[in-house]
Design a protein around this ligand. Structure first.
Ligand SMILES: [Ca+2]
Ligand SMILES: [Ca+2]
Length: 508
């Protein structure tokens, strides 16, 4: 009897210790606040990509404690494949997701592996999101918002863009400049548009997403959380409240320098010019709208910065302030005239570099990191920082060691993959090759605008040999897989059948 009592006491103690350790582990496991910004380039002030940018929330956030990755790259320089790579943990060359028309749910490897939020959910986290985290796709039954990847998915934002003040609207496609319509203004080859919205700041889409996050941060969670907050600006159209345009004086705006002979030294293997000016560039130049476009993009950056500030302030006022990892990331960069183009989806620095800031609890200052980390590295990094089991088959590498020591060894280049090429960024060297063999090499320390293509200079052969080793040799060929979609899927509700296709217990 005595022994039995002793056993019961011991068992009870062990059980108590077991619960205590689970409770302690839960207490120690950090929450994740995962904030995505769409189409934002390195013009934000912590990255010093454009000294005109007014981004006080990012300045405050980074100065009060965050890793500032100065040379981070995206895995793909366009929304869908960039997000698919980050969230699946597999490069486009592994998954076959190269374009916005490719839904990763059709990728063999994604079918078998948990995406980042699913992995957190599998391992004891409560996951929730609002706004654009995954890229959206049409399906036969509605829209795939990536809602299946979260325990809770809110969709507070309206489906359409914020309404524009028609008297101040500019649209290349509609042939309208500052509210004046003229057939000569129209360009079928350009899709730029901007102007102030008639809505107040608090009525805009990204504000409602920020406000949702603020509300969630006042909740009690019985598990650590993974919260996705997805902002849609500065993605086109650049329609934001007038107050953000007013931050910038049009007359004194400085637009990026454009070298009109820049593309002449990028040649295909049979000696032809590989690139030419795009429709957007020609349209802006024809109508002299360089400053207007630059201001509209800057206004959109300042707008999203204000929305970001709402979320960060809400976190700092919440009980989660000291046990939450905050990640702020952009999905890829953007051209504003450089290389005679606007938009994205190139392998030049303007498109492959992207903002990335990471705060872990107890950071009290900005820590600048110059290594070439990639958004593909976030999956292994976040699971390591949260103490989740290591996942063996991911394409990225955890940069958790850089958080302890920004000078730690990190020899990986930043690799960015497009439908038809690869960019390898390593220190001062930037190498690019297309699938049909057009190559470029730049020394970005001496030539940050990438004007002088060094590829024909044989003295750089060993550098090219070293960088080209990182170009994926066997690109996955399933890139032609496209989704079947219903008409007007953007206005359709979330496809209710998708969640059942993702059985968490069966996913690696
Ligand atoms: Ca994007
Ligand atoms: Ca050039």
């Amino acid at each position: 009897m005595k022994n039995r009592n002793k056993t019961i006491v011991t068992l009870g103690l062990l059980l108590f210790m077991g619960f205590a350790s689970i409770a302690q582990k839960q207490k120690q496991q950090p929450n994740i606040l995962f904030i995505a910004i769409d189409d934002i380039n390195d013009w934000v002030s912590p990255l010093e990509g454009n000294i005109q940018a007014i981004t006080p929330s990012m300045d405050k956030f980074t100065k009060e404690g965050a890793m500032v990755f100065k040379n981070a790259v995206c895995a793909a320089p366009i929304c869908g494949p960039s997000r698919s790579a980050l969230l699946s943990g597999f490069l486009p060359s592994t998954s076959g997701v190269y374009g916005n028309a490719h839904n990763m749910l059709y990728s063999d490897i994604v079918k078998e592996n948990a995406t980042l939020p699913e992995y957190f959910s599998k391992n004891g986290y409560h996951t929730l999101a609002n706004g654009k985290i995954f890229h959206k796709h049409g399906t036969a039954n509605g829209t795939d918002f990536g809602h299946w990847a979260f325990n809770e998915f809110a969709r507070a934002r309206r489906y359409n863009n914020d309404p524009v003040d028609k008297k101040r609207y500019t649209s290349s496609k509609a042939g309208i400049i500052n509210g004046k319509r003229n057939a000569d203004f129209a360009s079928k080859e350009s899709k730029l548009s901007w102007g102030p919205t008639t809505d107040s700041f608090k009525e805009t889409v990204d504000y409602t997403v920020a406000d949702w996050a603020k509300t969630q941060l006042q909740r009690d969670f019985d598990k650590p959380f993974f919260m996705g907050v997805g902002f849609i600006k500065p993605h086109l159209p650049w329609i934001v409240p007038q107050e953000f345009f007013d931050l910038y004086n049009l007359d004194s705006i400085v637009s990026p320098i454009v070298n009109e002979t820049d593309l002449d030294d990028i040649l295909t293997t049979d000696g032809k010019k590989a690139y030419k000016a795009t429709g957007e560039y020609k349209w802006i130049k024809k109508h002299g709208l360089e400053k207007e476009a630059t201001r509209a993009y800057l206004a959109s950056i300042s707008y999203v910065d204000a929305c970001l500030g709402i979320v960060i302030d809400a976190l700092e006022e919440s009980k989660y302030a000291n046990n939450t990892i905050v990640v702020v990331w952009g999905d890829h960069g953007w051209h504003l005239g450089e290389k005679q183009r606007y938009l994205k989806n190139t392998t030049w620095l303007e498109a492959v570099k992207t903002p990335l800031f990471v705060r872990v609890p107890d950071m009290k200052k900005a820590i600048v990191v110059d290594k070439n980390v990639s958004l593909i590295d976030l999956y292994p990094t976040l699971i390591e920082l949260s103490g989740l089991p290591k996942k063996q088959n991911l394409d990225g590498h955890s940069f958790a060691s850089l958080i302890d020591n920004p000078k730690a060894k990190w020899d990986y280049p930043g690799i960015t993959i497009t439908q038809d090429g690869t960019s390898v960024l390593l220190g001062k060297w930037h190498y690019m090759i297309t699938v049909d063999g057009t190559e470029q090499l730049y020394n970005i320390e001496k030539d940050p605008l990438e004007w002088e293509n060094l590829i024909l200079d044989k003295s750089y052969k060993s550098i090219v040999d070293n960088l080209s080793k990182w170009v994926p040799k066997n690109r996955h060929k399933s890139s032609k897989v496209r989704f079947k979609k219903m008409k007007n899927y953007v206005d359709a509700p979330a496809d209710p059948t998708l969640r059942a296709t993702r059985k968490l217990a069966k996913l690696n």
